[in-house]
Design a protein around this ligand. Sequence first.
Ligand SMILES: [Zn+2]
Length: 101
Amino acid sequence: MTQKHVKHVPLRTCVACRTKRPQIELVRLVRSPAGEFSIDPAKGASGRGLYLCRNRQCWVDGVQNGRIARATRSPVETRSAAELMAWAGNNLSSSEFSRVE
Ligand SMILES: [Zn+2]
């Protein structure tokens, strides 16, 4: 990959499907030093950040099928996984790219 000359929009990669998207289209998660994962809606929390699409399938792959664990080399403990999937269930539709805001 060569570097582009112009880069207006910061791109981030979804850890589940590896698609690069503008940061604003993704949901940021952070991992605390204690190893807990949580949603970071303001995208400003400190800690190890990672991104998932607003697409429930990516959350299933990321949280339940181990993509987050592989990307961060840190297992998603059961409580965090339950919280993340509950959030996804409430905020994301199963069809791709429904807007939350
Ligand atoms: Zn994705």
